[in-house]
Each structure stands twice: as C-alpha cells, then as structure tokens.
Design a protein around this ligand. Structure first.
Ligand SMILES: Cc1cc2nc3c(=O)[nH]c(=O)nc-3n(C[C@H](O)[C@H](O)[C@H](O)COP(=O)(O)OP(=O)(O)OC[C@H]3O[C@@H](n4cnc5c(N)ncnc54)[C@H](O)[C@@H]3O)c2cc1C
Length: 392
C-alpha cells in the first residue's frame, strides 16, 4: 500500500505538533516537515538574553521517520496536489497542513516601517548585539511585556506605550492597573497615549516625543497566508479560513495556529487567539480529521505568564468588557486569597462562567486547569464557588 503523504509547512509549535501527531496517529503516513527557521520554543525567546538555548529537540520526530527540511514553500498547486519549495522543488502531497504562523505587524502610522518586531530569536539577538539604550515598545499585550522584561534584563531602558490598558483583551480593568503598578516597581516605564508617527529617534505619542534608540512594535500580528491566498483558499480577514477541525476550503488542505482562525469555545463563533496552546490543539484536530474522525477539541483562550519571577498573570476566556461586546450580560465575582487577586466573570441571566483573570505572586498549580475545565463544560458560578469552598 502507498504511504499517505502528509506535508506540514512551518516548523513552529503548530507544525512540529502536527508532524508529531501525524507520525504517531497515522501509521501508514510519510510525514515531511518544511520550515524556513531554526526549530525553537517561540514563547521562550526572552531567555536568549540570558544565553539559554531554546532549541526544540526534534530527535523524536526524526527517529520516528519525519523528514525535516530547512526550506521555504512558495506555491501550492491544488490541481496536481504538489507544493513548490525554494530548494526541494515540487513535493507531492495527499494532505497539506499549513502552519506558517504570523509576523509582527507594523504600526499603521508614518514611519511605521522603522519598528522591529519581538517574535523571533533574532529579535533578542539584535538587542544583545546592538544594546540600544532607550527602547520604546508599542503595545500592551503579553508580547509587549515580554519585550519590556527582556530589555530590563539586559540593562536597557524600556518605555511601554499603552493606548488603553495592559492586556486589555484578557484582564479585568483593575488587574491591568495593578499589573502596571507592579511592573513600574520593577523599573518598567509606561507612557499612555496614541502613536502618531515613528522617527529614527523614537515615536511621537500624542503631541510629545518619546526618545528611543529602537522602537519595537507589539501591537499584533499579520498571518503568513500569502501562499494560501495565491492558491485561492478562502480567507477570514487575513487568516486562512478553517472549520472546527482545521480544514480549509480545500478538503485536502488544513491550516492551524496563528495563520488560521479558530473558534471561541464559549460562543462557538469564529475568532482568532494567536496562542501556542491553540496551535497545538488545532494540530491534533487536523491530524484526527485526516484519520477520518469528525471530532474536534475546543480551542480555549488560555494564557499564563510570569514576569520578574513573582508576577504571575493568568487569563481564560472573556473579560467583562469583552463579554459585553460578545452579547452577554456579564457580572463578576472578585476573589482575594493570600497574595492572589482574581475575578470570575459569569453571564448574569444564566449564571454560566465565561471568563477568569488573576494576578498572583506564585504559580497557581492545578487551579487554572480546574477553572478552564469548568468554563469549557459550561458550569454555573454557584457550582464553581462551591467547589472552591466559597459558597454562592
Ligand atoms: C514573546 C512571545 C510570548 C508568547 N507567549 C505565549 C504563551 O505564554 N502562551 C501561548 O499559548 N502563546 C504564546 N505566544 C504565542 C505563540 O508563540 C504563537 O501563538 C505560536 O508560536 C503560534 O505557532 P504557529 O506554529 O502557528 O506559528 P509560528 O510559531 O509563527 O511558526 C510558523 C513558522 O512557519 C515559518 N514559515 C512561514 N512561512 C513559511 C513558508 N512559506 N515556508 C516555510 N516556513 C514558513 C515561520 O518562519 C515560522 O518558523 C507567545 C508569542 C511570543 C512572540
């Protein structure tokens, strides 16, 4: 019997997970992984500043028969089911999994192209080599804070330029405020305002200038969807449009992770989260779909990060302002336990728990996972409080 040719494009977390799942779960598959970058753990790039090696060991893939090639995919021929790459030429596929990720977007202001991103190992290596003194970081996301901490660790002076509040889409407003306070105590400077333009010596914010030797943009990402677009695959905004199993408008092609959309597990609506956890779940779903299963795991918006060793930030699902935008009537329960401040967000009419965000000085252990499970199975606030020993 001919092996099933599965070609995975992109060797980030999604592509590596897809190749590993394919070789494990589809015994007659011949799996190729094609990526144009070193293979490493993207969310750990800040450790490069400390000289740590963040490479991902891929020996388990190779010893199980995955062929890994450093190459760049340039064109998909859907009629003949081949992928054209720069070095290896045409590669036939029975199934193609696109895991090409995304790139930092440039701020849409005059001079926006002057900003660097904070996504690749090279972005940290650049800071190490160039040692710019003052660094302006545009954005208030988790990634912006990773960039700020990296600068601080290197003895540089980071200024985070915030238009609204920290980690707005995932944290309750009071937690954004508290997080900013704690980060300020560690020497991170914040400038509140809107970027008007970028110049060689820093950005113009509202009517003032923030002097900087380097500006980093962490305002969002642009999916690497060009080859999919050229092949005529349907898009959702700039992302490759997929169903809940990761299947594109061509049933032989899947797209996973940052290049594609995902689905909100609470509303079931099409959405985009840009998380490594989502990329890995989507990898599993797509391989399962190739195997013939109709099932798909849900892709939750769950993030946990730690800054300066003792600022733990965790978020799951909706904040109350985001829940309102999504059509819920949110209410919140604040819980303070030891050094932890947490908010559980629930839908007032139904009591259903739809979000959680927390700030603490220590790791939360199993608690986040318990809350995550609670949210995914649609539990009510009374049940959650009872399970936490807090009554209704
Ligand atoms: C600083 C930082 C911290 C983060 N922290 C977290 C966290 O705590 N938790 C979390 O869940 N997520 C986190 N994320 C987000 C997470 O890293 C991304 O969601 C995840 O990397 C997406 O994986 P991916 O495989 O879809 O894409 P990517 O990791 O972007 O990988 C895509 C790969 O495909 C390659 N590629 C693109 N086009 C081609 C082509 N034509 N041919 C060949 N190769 C190609 C790219 O060069 C890249 O190597 C963080 C991100 C950053 C930057």
């Amino acid at each position: 019997m001919c092996p099933l040719n599965i070609v995975v494009v992109g060797s980030g977390i999604g592509g590596v997970a897809a190749a590993w799942d394919a070789v494990r779960f589809i015994p007659d598959a011949k799996v190729r992984l094609i990526g144009d970058e070193d293979i490493y753990v993207r969310h750990k790039i800040r450790y490069v500043a400390h000289g740590l090696d963040i490479s991902l060991d891929t020996s388990h893939l190779e010893s199980n028969g995955v062929e890994i090639t450093r190459d760049r995919a340039i064109k998909i021929d859907r009629t003949n089911k081949t992928l054209l790459t720069e070095k290896s030429g045409e590669i036939p596929y029975d199934y193609l999994i696109l895991a090409t990720g995304a790139e930092p977007s440039k701020p849409p202001v005059p001079g926006g192209e002057l900003a660097r991103g904070f996504r690749r190992k090279e972005d940290v290596e650049y800071l190490l080599a160039e040692r710019p003194q003052e660094v302006a970081i545009i954005g208030a996301s988790y990634v912006a804070l990773h960039a700020a901490q990296t600068c601080k660790d290197l003895g540089l002076l980071p200024y985070v330029i915030v238009r609204s509040r920290l980690i707005r889409k995932s944290l309750e407003p009071e937690l954004s405020e508290e997080l900013e306070k704690r980060l300020k105590e560690r020497g991170i400077e914040f400038v509140h305002g809107k970027i008007k333009s970028l110049e060689q010596d820093g950005p113009v914010v509202d009517d003032g200038k923030v002097r900087a030797d380097l500006t980093i943009s962490a305002t969002g990402v642009k999916p690497n969807s060009e080859i999919a677009k050229k092949a005529g695959l349907e898009l959702w905004w700039d992302n490759v449009k997929v169903d809940k199993q990761g299947r594109t408008s061509d049933p032989r092609i899947f797209a996973i992770g940052d290049v594609s959309n995902c689905y909100d597990p609470i509303t079931g609506r099409i959405d985009y989260f840009g998380l490594g956890t989502v990329a890995t779940i989507m990898a599993y779903n797509s391989v399962n779909a190739i195997k013939g299963s109709k099932a798909a795991l849900k892709t939750p918006r769950y993030q946990k990060d730690v800054f300066f060793r003792d600022i733990y930030v965790r978020s799951i699902g909706f904040t109350s302002p985001e829940a309102e935008k999504a059509g819920f009537s949110p209410n919140r329960k604040k819980i303070e336990e030891g050094d932890e401040i947490a908010y559980i967000v629930y839908d007032e009419p139904t009591g259903r728990v739809i979000g959680y965000s927390a700030l603490s000085k220590r790791d939360s252990g199993e608690k986040d996972l318990l809350i995550l499970r609670t949210i995914l199975r649609g539990a009510k606030i009374s049940e959650v409080l009872e399970s936490m020993g807090l009554g209704a």
